[in-house]
Ligand binder design. Sequence first.
Ligand code: GLA
Length: 399
Amino acid sequence: MHKMLYAAVITLSMCLLAPAHALDNHLARTPPMGWNSWNSFHCDVSAKLVEATADAMVSSGMKAAGYQYVNIDDCWLLKKRSADGKLVPDPRKFPHGIKAVADYVHRKGLKLGIYESAGTTTCAGYPGSIGHEASDAKQFASWGVDYLKYDNCGDYQGETYRQRYTAMRDALAASGRAIVYSLCEWGNKAPWTWAQSIGNLWRTTQDITPRWETDQPANSYPQGIMDILDQQAGLSKTSHPGAWNDPDMLEVGNGYLTDNENRAHFSLWALLNAPLIAGNDIRHMSDKVRAVLTNKDVIAVDQDWGGRQGYKVRDDGSTEVWAKPMSDGSVAVILLNRGKGPINIATTAHEIGLKGSAHYTVRNLWTHHTATSTGPIKASVPTHAVAMFRVWPGQHASR
Ligand code: GLA
C-alpha cells in the first residue's frame, strides 16, 4: 500500500477505535496525587486543618514524593447562598474565605481543591451547584481553586447525568482557570463508558471505608478495599492520560487496617492508575504509614507516563495476580493474598505479558531488592497482603 494511504488508514482506524474524545483541558496527564479531608474529618473542615495539612505535606516528604493537591471536601459552606446567589464559605471554619487558604497552599508550592455537587444540595445538605454552574465555577476560579470534586447528591431537577456533569465541565472551561475536574457519580451510570470527554477522573464505586472487605453488594454503602478492587476488573482499557478511573480515595493509615493491608491497598491503587489521594490525618501519621504513602517505587508505577491501567491476569479465588505494562517495556506485577493464612503465589514473565528473554531483572517494590530470574516470579505472601515487583527483560541497572 502507498505509504501516505497506509498512514491515513491507520489514523482513521485509530479515531474510530477511540472510546470517546478526551477532555482537552491538558490536566491530570498522570493520576492526580494529593489529600482530601473526607475520609478522616468528614464535616470537621477548616482553614486551620487545610493549612496544617499543607505544612505536613511538605514536612513529611509527601510533596517531594509527588503529592500536590490539598482538597477540601463537603461542609465548607454556609447552608444558604447569599442574596445574589453566591456560595458563602462558612466564616467560622474559613474566617478569611477560601482565597486566603488557596494563597497559603500555593505559597507552599501546592494546589487547592474544593467540593460541590451536581444536584440541589451536597451530600451533607449544603447548597449544590445545579443551575448555578457558571457563577460557582467563576467563584472557584477567582479564589484560585485548582481541582473540583463534583458529587451526585440532591435533586437533579429532571436533568440527566450527562447534562449535569457537562454543564459544570463547560462552566469550568469558561472560568478562565485550569481546574482538574473529578466526577463523583459513584459508578452509578458506568461513567467509564462516557466520562472521558467530560472529566479528568470519575469514581467507579460507592464510598470506600477503611476495611479489607465488607461483602456488601456493589451498589451499597460502604465498600471495603477488596469489594472495590473486584469492581475494577475489566476497566483497564477505559482510562488514559487525562482520564482516569477513580476507585475512591485512600484509606491508608485509617481504621484498623494492618501494615500489610495498607501496603496492599496502596500497591493495588497504584497498579490501577488510581488518583493517589491520601485520606488520613497526615499531620499525625506514623512513620510506617508515611513510608507506605511515600514509596517512590510504587508511586512510579501509578505515575508512569504511558498511563496504561493494570489488569487482573489470574484469579484463583483467594489469590490473584495483577499486572501493568510500563512505558519502558517493564511490567509491574502484584501477587495478592486475600485468604486467611500465608501462601506461595507464583506467576511467570510470559503470563504477565513479557516476551521471551533468557533472564529478567526483578525488583521487589517494597524491599527495594533487585534480583535476576529466568522467568518465574514468586513469593510467600502473608494473609491480606501483596508482593509487588517490577520486571524488566534482560539486565536492568538497579536504581
Ligand atoms: C459522598 C462522596 C464522598 C464524600 C461525601 C461528602 O458520599 O462519595 O466521597 O464526598 O459525599 O458528603
